[in-house]
Design a protein around this ligand. Structure first.
Ligand code: ADP
Ligand code: MG
Length: 696
């Protein structure tokens, strides 16, 4: 048996290592910076760097890197070794405070959306002291924020930290109004449940579409998919289990609290959920989790697919972003309390979330928009593109009772008036948990389910933190002026619910009727990324982010450009991959198969066989489909040529959605039908059935 408690965090330069290895005054100075964001003096940084290097070298590290999260959605690192020549042909291992605190990677090859011209290639990485350094694969990784020479954020971490500050500031104002003087900071917490597919590496390597795009661009439905629902929570196969064990251990070494693992609905689909952490840490940890999933799968002869929709007709993968907000004194502000006072506070935070999600549904939708996630949102497996909140019957009734002033009829407490009587406890694991809702209250947290599996959770949490900070600001502005706190508070809860209850929907979000009903309620239905992204640069959005110092207007525009560009490029690469697969392998396969059949036909004729109906039937059908294939291929190639024309950014993205993607779908139809016709030995790629059931 491995000693897990000892293993846990063994590759992290965490508090206990710091306490053990740093002189007391240095430790105290660093702690102050970590907790209050005070400036870190260079002499302190020098001592910390040296201790870090000694610890890292003892644990097998030879290099260090500033580990950052550029706008690509993944992480970036450039390794430098600790070696420093001593002049006598030898080296010593060195690491300075300057190297720890700040790096200058060449930023010109990361997406910047026009923020940084290539001639001004300098970018800075700055140590994020709130996230511990760790050792990964022999390299000391220092979590850093990444910004341009002129200080604009070029990453996901900087605005996330800013959004955490924004909500901290506003939530503290609210807590003070409730007489809480103990809490010094309010932090948002996140537990992201990560879904993924595991397939055999051999299969993966035979599919150029998986290699280049992360998803299958062709593939007809297998005889058995997920209809028997026999995979969900099913027993875990030995190969998968071995992978999961190693993954858990490696994550534990890095201080990631990997907790729950199970099989998901689709064949070959699994999930891993950690215990929640502060948003910043949870984001870093989720990036590490995705990276390790890929590298450890590879070691086990497997390939891990993180794409939102690797297989058509089979459930895609999401990432449930469980979000809550709590004080540094350990109080979860979305936990209904035991006293009327606590409950009044809970209800205020609750309606703040409701109002925020309603007021800023469009920006929230933007935060989960990508070409890949478009395959999921709105399909009958994931929440629709319409943002709504599931509160559950009980909580909805309570708010309705408050709105109508009638009092809430509850078994234990007949009347419920805000701030007067006690709220019932909400069951956390009731069966009425609505799995179709994009944003569900689950007892003491909200679960945002629209996030895609490959996303950095940075983006969605930047938006959540900021929109809720904005509503808390409005509440605080008004309540700080109040002469009668209790009654003004009750009035705010009542009014807010009344004005924003349209966003609450406890029914089936997958039903057709919901789309109609949502439209009647005036809710947005931004179906695709191209519909959603322009909302990011709307006046309302720019004002929101600027007011809370999360994004400047320039930063928003740069991100908007990066996202639009990524959308078009994703589809472009997919289209080119399709063309490549069709011309390079599918057409030759058709020809080979027809050749076989024709040869047989000729021999049969020569031998005087009378009945060749099977061969003729096959040849006819293949000929028909092949000519259809050729037509669809030419159509795709010609729109691809047209895509080179100069257009404005939105027209360009619309062209990709309406022309190129549409042509891809048509081509796929032809190929998928051909697949059912061509003999398996001629078909150049593993089929859906072979891939989905490849791990035994
Ligand atoms: P499910 O039934 O959806 O798996 P769980 O209650 O097991 O729900 O929790 C799912 C995720 O929510 C876990 O990652 C868990 O750590 C996280 N979670 C629990 N409490 C909080 C909280 N206060 N803030 C953020 N995430 C939380
Ligand atoms: Mg969940």
């Amino acid at each position: 048996m491995k000693d897990i408690p000892n293993l846990f965090g063994s590759m992290v330069f965490n508090e206990s290592v710091m306490r053990a290895r740093l002189p007391k005054d240095i430790y105290r100075a660093l702690k102050k910076t970590m907790e209050r964001g005070t400036h870190l003096e260079l002499d302190v940084a020098n001592v910390v760097a040296n201790a870090m290097k000694n610890w890292a070298v003892e644990n097998g590290a030879t290099h260090f890197t500033h580990w950052f999260q550029p706008m690509t959605g993944t992480t970036a690192e450039k390794h430098d070794s600790f070696i420093s020549p001593t002049g006598d042909g030898k080296v010593i291992m060195e690491f300075s405070g300057k190297e720890l605190v700040r790096g200058e990677p060449d930023a010109s090859s990361f997406p910047s959306g026009g923020l940084r011209a290539t001639f001004e290639a300098r970018g800075y990485t700055v140590w994020d002291v709130t996230s511990f350094a760790f050792i990964k694969d022999g390299t000391l990784c220092i979590p850093t924020a990444f910004c341009s020479y002129s200080g604009e954020a070029l990453d996901k971490k900087t605005p996330l930290l800013r959004s955490m500050e924004a909500i901290d500031k506003q939530a503290i104002r609210i807590l003070r109004l409730f007489g809480d003087t103990a809490a010094q900071r309010v932090l948002t917490t996140v537990g992201p449940e990560q879904e993924y597919f595991l397939i055999d590496k051999e299969m993966f390597l035979k599919r150029p579409d998986l290699i280049y795009t992360g998803r299958t661009l062709f593939g007809s439905r297998p005889p058995k998919g997920q209809e028997l629902e026999d995979h969900y929570f099913g027993s875990i196969k030995p190969r998968v289990s071995a992978f999961m064990k190693e993954l858990d251990e490696e994550l534990w070494k890095l201080g990631v609290c990997a907790k729950t693992k199970h099989n998901e609905v689709a064949p070959a689909q699994h999930e891993l959920a950690p215990i929640f952490a502060t948003t910043n840490i949870a984001t870093d940890h989720n990036q590490l989790m995705m990276e390790l999933m890929k590298s450890i799968a590879n070691k086990h002869g497997l390939a891990c697919l993180l794409h939102e929709k690797p297989f058509a007709g089979v459930n895609g993968s999401g990432k449930h972003n469980n979000w809550s907000i709590s004080t540094d004194t350990g109080v979860n502000l979305l936990e209904p309390g035991d006293t009327p006072h606590d409950n009044a506070q809970f209800l205020l935070f609750l309606v703040a979330v409701i109002k925020a999600v309603d007021d800023y549904q469009d920006v929230l939708r933007v935060s989960v928009a990508s070409a890949a996630n478009d395959h999921r949102l709105g399909a009958n497996e994931a929440p629709p593109a319409i943002v709504s909140i599931f509160l559950g019957e009980e909580l909805t009734e309570i708010l309705e009772a408050i709105e109508s002033g009638k009092g809430y009829k509850n078994k234990e407490k007949p009347d419920m008036e805000i701030g007067v009587s006690v709220l019932p406890h909400f069951p956390k694991d009731t069966t009425d948990r609505n799995r179709t809702s994009p944003f569900a209250f689950t007892g003491n947290k909200f679960e945002f389910r629209m996030v895609g599996s490959a996303f950095s959770i940075g983006g969605p949490n930047i938006v959540l933190n900021t929109i809720i900070a904005e509503v808390l600001r409005q509440f605080a502005d008004s309540l700080e002026k109040s002469k009668d706190f209790k009654s003004d508070l009750a009035a705010i809860v009542k009014k807010t619910f009344s004005e924003h209850k349209r966003i609450i929907f406890n029914g089936n979000n997958y039903a057709e009727e919901w789309v109609v009903e949502a439209e009647r309620r005036g809710l947005s239905n931004l179906k695709t990324t191209v519909d959603a992204l322009p909302e990011f640069i709307s006046k309302k959005s720019v004002e929101l982010f600027a007011k809370h110092h999360v994004f400047t207007e320039t930063e928003i525009h740069s991100r908007y450009e990066i996202l639009m560009d990524a959308y078009c490029k994703t589809i472009h690469i997919e289209a080119l991959t399709m063309v490549d697969m069709v011309k390079g392998e599918i057409m030759p396969a058709c020809i080979d198969y027809q050749n076989d059949v024709i040869k047989l036909l000729e021999r049969k004729k020569a031998l005087g066989y009378f009945d060749s109906s099977l061969e003729e039937h096959l040849l006819n059908n293949i000929a028909k489909l092949s000519s259809c294939l050729l037509k669809k291929l030419s159509a795709l190639e010609s729109v691809l040529l047209e895509s080179k024309e100069e257009r404005d950014i939105v027209t360009h993205a619309l062209f990709y959605r309406d022309k190129i993607f549409a042509a891809m779908l048509e081509l796929r139809l032809a190929v998928d039908e051909l697949e059912t016709l061509i003999a398996k030995k001629h078909w150049p790629f593993p089929t859906y059935g072979q891939i989905l059931y490849s791990v035994i």
